[in-house]
Structures are given as C-alpha cells and as structure tokens.
Design a protein. Structure first.
Length: 612
C-alpha cells in the first residue's frame, strides 16, 4: 500500500507538471484514479518496468561517448568511464574490452526491451480494465435514470457516451497516463545525465524548455474545445442513423430517402469541419516542437564546437551529451502528442462524470418498507404533477379496491399516461401522495413495489432475444411449463409452436420478425408469468388491426382476471367490462361512474364515445 500511495502521489505531481493534464485542476483525470485503485499491484509492476526503461535509456546515452572514442582510437582509449560496467579483469586490460562490449550492449538492450514490453502490456491491461469498469458504472447510472430522461435524451447521445467518450478515456488512461509516467521518468533521467556530463552545455539547450511547454498549453486548450465539439457531433451522427433505422418504413413510404441522406450529410459535414480543426491543431504541435528542438540542438553544437577547440570539453562527453539530447527529444515529443490524447480523454471524462454526477434517479428511503402484496386499497390523495413547467395533473383524488377494473379515458394530453406512470414510481408526484394499503409509495422499496405491478403498453416492448427469454424476463427462474401456460393464456402458444425453434426462436430487434398482434400477445404472456396483483394497460390495443385486436382483447381478459387493473382506453370497446370509468380533462378528473351512467349523464364521456 505504501508503494501504491507513493505511485499515486508521483502520478499527481507528474500530471500537474504536464500542462495538458493540469486542466481543471486535474479534476476529471484524478477521478479516474478511483477506477485504477483495484489494479494497484499491476500499476506498481508497470512503474518498476518504467524505472528500468528510464535507467537503461540513460545508460545507452552514457555509453555512446566512450564507445565512440574507443572505436575511433582503435581501442587505445575510451574505456576510462566503462570500468564500473565491466568485469574487473577486463577493466585491468582495456584491449580485451572489445570482447565484452557486445554482451554489455545486448544485456542493456534486452533489459530495455523487456521493460518496455512490461510497462506497455500492463498499462494497456489496466486501461482495458478501467474501460470496462467505467462502462459498467455508466450503465448502472443509466439504468437508474427516470423515464423522463430517456424521453428527453436522444439514443445517439446516450450511445456516444458508451462508445466515443469511453474510448477517449481508455486512450487517456492507457496511453496518456503511460506516457506521463514513462516519458517523464525518461526525461528526468536524461536531464540528470545531461547536467552530469556538462551543466553549461545542458543549460544552453534546456533554456528553451519553457518555449516548448507554451505551445503544448495553447494547443491543449484549443484541442480540448474541439474535442468536446467533436463528441457532440458524433452524438448527432449516431442519432441520425438510429432515427432513420428505427423509422425506415416511414422513410420509404414517404420517399424520404433523399431528405434523410441530406440530413445525414449535413451532420457529417459538421463533424468533418470539427475534425479539420482538430487535425489542424494536432498537425501544428509536432512541427513546432521539432523546430524548437532543432534550434536548441543547433545552438548546443555551435557552443560545444568552440569548447572542444579550446580543450574545455572532451569529445566523448559531447558525444554522450549529443546522444542524450537525441534520446530526450523523443519522450518530449511524445508528451507533446499525448497532450492531445489527454485533452480528448478529459473532454470525454467531463461528459461522463457530468452524466454520473447528475443523479436524477428516484430516491429510495433508508430502510424502506418491503411490500408483499396488495390487500385493501390503492388511493391517490391530492396528487399533482408538473413537468417542464406545465401542470399535467391537478389534485387527483382516486381509489381502487382489490380486483377492481378502472378505466381512464380522455383526449390526448389529458394526463392519462402520467396518472399511471406515478404508480410504479417512474416519476414522483409534485404534491400529494399515492397510498397502497395505507403506506405512501415513497416509503416502500422500489423493487418490492414494482414486483407487484405488471405493465402492457401501447408499443410492444421486446428484446432482441428468444421467445423464452422475453416471456420470462420478469421471472428468470420460471419453469418451461409455466412459460407455456402463460403463452396459452395469452393466446400466443399456437404461433410460437410454429416458429422455427419454438420457444428458442430469436425474434429480432423489438420483435421485428413477428406481427404486431403476436408481439403484443408475447408482452401479455410476460405480464401473466409475472403474476403481479396490480396491472396497468396503457392503450394496449390502440395500434392493432381489428383481427389482432380481437385476439389481444381475449388475451387481456385472461390477464385481467383476479387483478386490480387500470386501463387507459383509446377505444371504448376495450372498457366494456370496466367496473368504473374516470374521465380526465387537462389533468383533472371531470367525470366518474359506470359505463351506463356516464352514457346517460356524462357530457364529456358521451362526446368521447361519439367520436370513437
């Protein structure tokens, strides 16, 4: 643990030294360290490999001078600085040193290669693990979001966070963190070696370091702005593809291909313009740094030549220094490039952590009440709901007894769907409360509450999976006999039996391989298998043809038997057997009664009935 803490402190110090990583006080980057913590042992070994890599790199630079002199003098000199690296017997007889030099170079080269592979593999492994952990946490937060979020956010934008943004984070962790650690260690080692060889010569060259850092800062800030815009543009492109694919029937039926192609071209052109700006910034970084490096090297050569001429600098020291500068240039250049990676990674991290921090989930109380069933009464008490600044429900007073079938009718926008979505706490009332057996829903465990509720919606919601897995989604441990029984009750077993693989037949995305009526009957079978005491039917037959509607209505009759049911009705023929009907208008209950009483006395109901 002590080693790990030292590593983290070193990462923070090195990261703050690096201008690109210093942005926003390293807030997002340091938050990523939480995902690295479980892999501290791997990180420690990778750090040790980086230390070995830095030392062997410095050793190579150190060897260049004496080895060059040794070769140029035919072995007459140049071994004075190699004695501590060679066996004592060879040091006493320098002319035999040539037999040892190949082995020395091979040993150093092998150590450097192994160290490079070790740090590359281990940091890459850590980056991939962090990638998976970030995706898992992001997905958990996505699942906790209320339905209102998914209604307001595009699918393309959501997918972008899981693909583009997370990939940018993985690049920042794998390559950004690796470069900051590895290259900073190499730079530190080579800087110390350069000053050890000749501090005056080192000062001349390294006086340009501030000038090399400045463009990194400038380019990094600009690139981060461009990266944020690029990530937004990717979301727009993804949304365009998703919307077109989801509505392809409408596109083809209305000859909208050219219109969609134009819309997609407009989005991709916007992305292209953003990426052109990114390429311009990225492409400028390297040549600017190269020019500054070459300028410093040229100044050093001029100064060194004069000193060698007067004898104040040995040739072997200059050769070692020259090699050190050349080797130093690569990690400095890499740090310049990695600034781009870190800028893009931090932009992705900002978007992801902003998503995680925006905790909009339905809050569950500490030690909530576990609901085991429904026995006495479901009651809405003064329930109001406001969304987007508009009042959707106003002071709703409503009660249901066990086994009662309540129908809710009204014009579009009257608040029917909002009324029932409050029951499973997809949203909470703005004011008032909903009581189940005398207990406020907000006092209950969400899991136990939703376990008591089954929902069949207007749109059949199915997964790209088998019939079996779709039907048993609410009860993964259900036996095959129970699945078959649910399918029979939903009048779906006959068509399922005729499918190529029966229960194990994949039905495609959203059940595209089935008809609308077949999809809806599978949803009814899923609700039957869940066997919940409370049932919500949200216009479950409104989108079906008459023949399919008749089959689905019979299946719904089987589903409603013995259950407390709230039916949102689009067609009055679907509420013939309702015990009670309430009429909503602009979020208020304006009429209530049986079907026959409302036909006699309910003006709003008769108006709805007349046009249905």
């Amino acid at each position: 643990m002590l080693y790990y803490n030292a590593i983290i402190r070193s990462m923070k110090a090195l990261a703050f030294w690096h201008p690109g990583a210093r942005m926003h006080a390293m807030g997002s980057y340091l938050r990523l360290l939480r995902f690295v913590r479980p892999y501290r042992a791997t990180l420690l070994v990778a750090m040790l490999c980086m230390v070995v890599l830095a030392l062997t790199t410095g050793l190579f630079a150190y060897l260049v001078g004496p080895l060059t002199k040794y070769i140029l003098t035919g072995g007459a000199s140049g071994t004075e600085r190699l004695g501590w690296l060679t066996p004592e017997s060879l040091a006493r007889d320098p002319k035999n040193l040539v037999s040892w030099l190949p082995y020395l170079i091979l040993i150093v080269g092998a150590a450097k290669g192994i160290a490079y592979f070790g740090q590359f593999f281990l940091m890459g492994l850590t980056g991939q693990r962090v990638l998976v952990d970030v995706q898992n946490e992001l997905f958990l937060h996505l699942l906790r979001r209320p339905l209102a979020y998914f209604e307001a956010e595009s699918t393309g934008s959501i997918l972008t966070r899981f693909t583009y943004d997370v990939a940018q984070i993985e690049q920042a962790v794998t390559y950004g963190a690796t470069s900051i650690l590895r290259d900073s260690l190499q730079i530190l080692t080579l800087l110390l070696l350069a000053f050890f060889l000749d501090w005056q010569l080192a000062l001349i060259f390294f006086v340009l370091l501030p000038a090399m850092v400045y463009p990194i800062v400038r380019f990094g800030k600009r690139l981060r702005q461009v990266s944020v815009k690029a990530q937004e543009d990717v979301g727009l492109v993804s949304r365009c593809v998703h919307e077109t694919a989801s509505n392809i029937k409408v596109v083809k039926a209305f000859n909208g291909e050219s219109q969609e192609a134009m819309r997609f071209r407009r989005e991709t052109e916007g992305y292209l313009q953003t990426m052109v700006k990114s390429l311009r910034v990225r492409g400028t970084t390297t040549p600017v740094m190269e020019f500054l490096g070459i300028f410093g090297l040229a100044a050093s050569i001029i100064y060194a030549t004069n000193r060698i001429g007067v004898g104040s600098l040995s040739p072997e020291s200059f050769f070692s220094f020259f090699a050190t500068v050349l080797m130093l240039y690569q990690p400095v250049k890499t740090l310049g490039r990695v600034n781009n990676i870190i800028a893009a990674g931090l932009a992705g991290a900002d978007r992801i952590f902003a998503f995680i921090d925006a905790d909009e989930r339905i809050v569950e109380r500490d030690n909530p009440i576990i609901l085991h069933g429904f026995e006495r009464e479901l009651r809405y008490e003064g329930v109001s709901f406001t969304y987007g600044g508009e009042d959707v429900l106003h002071e709703i007073e409503l009660s249901l007894a066990p086994g009662e079938v309540l129908a809710v009718v009204g014009a579009s926008g009257a608040g029917k769907s909002t009324l029932v979505r409050l029951l499973p706490r997809f949203s909470d009332p703005t004011s008032g409360r909903i009581m189940l057996d005398g207990v406020d829903l907000r006092e209950m465990s969400l899991d136990s509450l939703r376990q008591q509720i089954a929902i069949v919606t207007q749109e059949p919601l199915l997964f790209n999976d088998t019939v079996r897995n779709n039907v048993r989604y609410g009860r993964p441990d259900a036996l095959e006999e129970e699945i078959v029984e649910a399918l029979r009750a939903a009048l779906a077993f006959d068509f399922v039996r005729e499918l190529p693989k029966g229960l194990d037949t994949p039905i495609g995305e959203r059940g595209i391989q089935l008809s609308g009526g077949e999809r809806q009957r599978l949803c009814i079978a899923r609700a039957l298998l869940k066997n919940a005491p409370l049932l919500i039917l949200d216009e479950a037959t409104s989108s079906l043809d008459p023949e399919s509607e008749a089959l689905v209505r019979d299946a719904l009759t089987n589903l409603m038997r013995g259950r407390t049911t709230i039916v949102i009705a689009h067609r009055l023929s679907t509420i013939e057997h309702a015990d009670r009907i309430v009429v909503l208008d602009e979020g208020r209950i304006v009429e209530s009664g049986t079907r026959s009483s409302l036909l006699e006395e309910g003006q709003r109901f008769r108006k709805i009935f007349a046009v249905s």
